[in-house]
Design a protein around this ligand. Structure first.
Ligand SMILES: [Zn+2]
Length: 404
């Protein structure tokens, strides 16, 4: 008989999305935190029945990956504390997220360094929920004309020395950076970042179509919360948006909450990008999993009403969206096949970060990061590296965000 050790897990899954294939009644074998093999339940096998955990009522899928999230449960990445990373990690896991990029907001250099140093010091200790993959710096090299909720005081042209210092104090944890490519020396910074393995996402940008194309030709393959905080489309100057929509090399972040982007615009993006180029993100703030009210954002406040976050002047400021809800929204509003919606929250963000084969997919050798969904696509359990880190049955944090 096959030698079993403590770390072997055998899950009999009613429905499993890899996400590209739907498998019925299969057995998922997890060993040492990784997917080891996938067997048909009908195959002759030598696993004792007692070892098999039945998950016949769940849809099992790769855990979700949020590449753009600022906070949750009253905490923010800018706090730079272990408590904040823990709060985010727990909240995200409750929504099926197994890994995320802790996302900064444009701030003074010293406040930015507090966040980066805090991440460097603490991220390795965050093992009981969604795992931080690194940092997404949203700013400060953004165009004030398209600042969204970012404080214009802190936006500036690129500065190579400061940029290198950011990388250093983060302990080389910056994985992605949103940059407006038309800013002074923007392309130079983009080339340096790409050379250092940092993915660049163009956004908060007033770039012309040519400026955006130059950035993509230089190796940029992502765009930040498409439609939001970018020059709008015009038929004679399609701008950054026109380039992003028509250049197949570019992955597009989408905040699918129906507040940031109208469902008709979501459908347009889906038609041109599909599941293999659309990355579902939340842009979630500290108000995620919290009631309506006022929350700090940098040194401003945001007002949350009916789940929408706005500056006092009415500008949209991040969201209270969660990735499980984004997946449901795509399925409900756009009639997207479930496996495609799941891919946009798992395999596609992983591929955009060059983590395919490791994250966002269920196949031998990949990390055993899984989400278990019920028939209404509500998260029942979340597994990270072979360990259950969230179970709806024992959820202590009953909140609006944790329900449909
Ligand atoms: Zn933004």
């Amino acid at each position: 008989m096959r030698a079993l050790n403590d770390r072997d897990i055998w899950l009999r899954c009613g429905t499993l999305f890899t996400p590209f294939q739907r498998l019925r009644d299969c057995i998922l074998h997890i060993k040492e935190g990784k997917i080891y093999q996938i067997l048909s339940a009908a195959d002759p096998r030598d696993i004792p029945d007692a070892e098999i955990q039945e998950e016949l009522d769940s849809t099992v899928a790769p855990g979700f990956i949020d590449l753009h999230v600022h906070g949750a449960r009253g905490r923010d990445v800018m706090d730079g504390t272990l408590e904040s990373l823990h709060a985010m990690s727990a909240a995200l896991a409750a929504h099926g997220v197994t890994s995320f990029l802790a996302t900064t907001l444009s701030a003074s250099d010293s406040d930015t360094e507090v966040a980066l140093k805090g991440f460097a010091a603490h991220h390795a200790k965050v093992v009981d929920g969604a795992r931080p993959l690194g940092i997404h710096m949203e700013g400060p090299y953004l165009n004030p004309i398209r600042k969204g909720t970012h404080n214009a005081t802190y936006l500036k042209p690129t500065e190579p020395e400061t940029f290198r210092r950011f990388i250093e104090v983060s302990g080389n944890a910056i994985r992605k950076m949103t940059v407006a490519p038309e800013m002074d020396r923007g392309l130079k910074l983009i080339r340096e970042a790409l050379n250092r393995g940092i993915q660049i996402s163009i956004g908060h940008s007033d770039a012309s179509v040519e400026q955006a194309r130059e950035a993509v030709n230089a190796g940029v393959h992502q765009a930040t919360h498409v439609f939001n905080a970018m020059r709008p489309f015009h038929q004679r100057e399609p701008g950054i948006l026109g380039l992003v929509l028509t250049d197949n090399r570019v992955f597009a972040e989408l905040i699918a909450d129906g507040i940031h982007v109208h469902p008709v615009a979501m459908r347009l993006l889906w038609r041109v990008k599909g599941s293999d180029r659309t990355i579902l993100v939340t842009d979630g703030l500290s108000a995620v999993d919290m009631p309506d009210g006022e929350y700090p954002l940098g040194n401003k406040k945001v007002i949350v009403r009916d789940g929408a976050c706005r500056d006092p002047d009415g500008t949209l400021a991040g969201s209270t969206l969660t990735l499980d809800r984004a997946v449901r929204n795509l399925v409900e509003w756009l009639d997207v096949p479930l496996y495609e919606a799941i891919a946009s929250a798992s395999a596609t963000p992983a591929r955009s970060m060059k983590l395919d084969n490791v994250k966002g997919i269920i196949h031998p050798g990949a990390d055993a990061d899984l989400v278990f969904l019920d028939g209404d696509l509500v998260v029942q359990k979340t597994m990270v590296a072979g360990r259950i880190v969230y179970s709806r049955n024992t959820d202590q944090h009953k909140s609006r965000g944790a329900t449909v």
